[in-house]
Ligand binder design. Structure first.
Ligand SMILES: *Cc1c(COP(=O)(O)O)cnc(C)c1O
Length: 431
């Protein structure tokens, strides 16, 4: 299988290059040149399959060039925790993606990428430096997935004062091959610095740079596994809608991938907070990126969603088809808090602010289309956003042990301005 750049269909590379480069040299994002369709018998057998069996089959089909033994190792490393489907109201299901080490769905992508980069690092003599911009959860997932992986070093860039304490602790307390840079700016600044670093000739000469952001194809692929896993737990003949609380739209793009591989998903809903560039596009057909604004679902505070290019490609730029497949809604912080309160009071289920945006999107869709079975992605554990959740629900949350351990660690970070030159100088200082 070859992978092409969204900026140039003729620029094709192998899997290793796509994974190590992250971003194509022309600034495009890699996609498989052809999406293989799984056997109908596999889809029918889903209810009896384990998460690992699902992951193995999808990986074998999509990444056929990897040796079977590597695929086994990769899936073993990635899928060490399940993605349970929980019915919180009749026909309304939460797909809980927070049972990994850093309590958010990004653990799946980060672990798969770490496994794959670890495999490729063995084949070369230079250390791989992973640059990752984070609005919160990517940094912790990536840092933890790569901690102590030989031949790799991780530099996390995050916007100062704009991530929760629990998020920050998960990537600033690790030490070892993990460095945290606290950027005096927004998430978009962090993302811009990373993109610029890849285009910088001096840095490229000195470092073997790669990215771990959701632009990396290896992050995306394992995120398709849990759409299959959700379906395998859903016992219904109703049409199925997935609602995806979205920021950079990696998760939603992975859902599209699962659909193209043959999973019968009738509808997607893109649910956002006030950063509603994609819902606006679905209304106006104009893509108008802008600066992000801060909300209580801060991991979705993205003003220029990077996976939009992939979404367009997957529909061959047929905007009508895209609009038919994906509905878009955005919700305010007030609506998000109200949904959290209402669900808690009526069912006892605790939503995190991101999952709550997904829940709202699902309810809105189902108020128009009540015959569907609906799944929303619960993308993080509520304890990761304890300040917001406890204040909103007026109740004390229980912290999972793995989160408590992080909270006791000591924060170590380097504060730096959002100017590229300052950032570059700092990177050279590490050499
Ligand atoms: C990253 C993140 C999102 C947004 O996911 P995208 O793939 O960037 O759209 C949503 N919720 C949580 C908790 C996240 O960490």
């Amino acid at each position: 299988m070859k992978f092409y750049s969204t900026n140039n269909k003729n620029h094709k590379v192998d899997l290793r290059t796509a994974v190590i480069e992250g971003l194509a040299p022309d600034n495009g994002l890699y996609l498989p040149e052809r999406i293989p369709v799984l056997d109908q018998s596999f889809i029918r057998s889903l209810p009896g399959l384990s998460f690992k069996e699902i992951g193995l089959e999808v990986t074998r089909t999509l990444l056929a060039e990897l040796p079977e033994a590597e695929i086994q190792k990769l899936i073993d490393h990635t899928l060490q925790f399940d993605a349970p489907l929980v019915e919180i109201e009749p026909n309304v299901f939460a797909l809980e993606l927070f049972h990994g080490p850093t309590l958010a769905f990004k653990d799946f992508g980060a672990r798969f990428l770490a496994g794959l980069l670890g495999y490729y690092a063995k084949e070369q003599d230079q250390e791989i430096t992973i640059l990752v911009a984070t609005s919160g959860d990517t940094g912790s997932a990536v840092a933890n997935a790569f901690l102590n992986v030989p031949g790799t070093r991780v530099v996390v860039l995050y916007p100062s004062g704009k991530v929760s304490v629990a998020q920050e602790k998960q990537f600033t307390t690790l030490g070892g091959n993990i460095t945290a840079l606290e950027i005096n700016g927004t998430f978009d600044d962090c993302q811009r610095l990373v993109k610029q670093a890849f285009l910088d000739a001096d840095l490229k000469k000195q470092y073997f740079l790669t990215s771990a952001n959701s632009i990396n194809l290896a992050r995306l692929i394992p995120q398709s596994f849990y759409y299959f896993r959700a379906y395998s737990q859903l016992n219904t003949t109703n049409p199925v809608v997935f609602t995806v609380p979205s920021g950079n739209f990696g998760n939603l793009t992975a859902g599209l991938l699962a659909q193209r591989m043959g999973l019968p998903i009738q509808q997607f809903v893109a649910a956002t907070n006030a950063n509603d560039v994609v819902p606006e596009f679905l209304k106006t057909e104009k893509f108008m990126p802008r600066s992000s604004v801060q909300t209580i679902s801060n991991a979705m505070d993205v003003g220029n969603p990077s996976n939009f290019a992939r979404m367009l490609e997957l529909f061959n730029h047929d905007i009508e088809a895209l609009k038919k497949c994906i509905k878009g809604y955005s919700f305010s912080d007030t609506e998000t808090r109200e949904a959290m309160q209402q669900v808690f009071n009526q069912t006892g289920y605790v939503l995190d602010p991101h999952g709550a945006v997904g829940y709202l999107g699902l309810k809105k869709f189902m108020s128009i289309q009540p015959t569907y079975s609906g799944i929303f992605l619960e993308t993080a554990h509520p304890a990761k956003f304890a300040d917001v959740v406890e204040q909103t629900l007026k109740t004390k949350l229980e912290f999972p042990d793995r989160l408590q351990k992080f909270m006791q660690g000591e924060k170590k970070s380097v504060l730096v301005s959002a100017e590229f030159d300052a950032f570059k100088e700092l990177l050279f200082g590490f050499a």
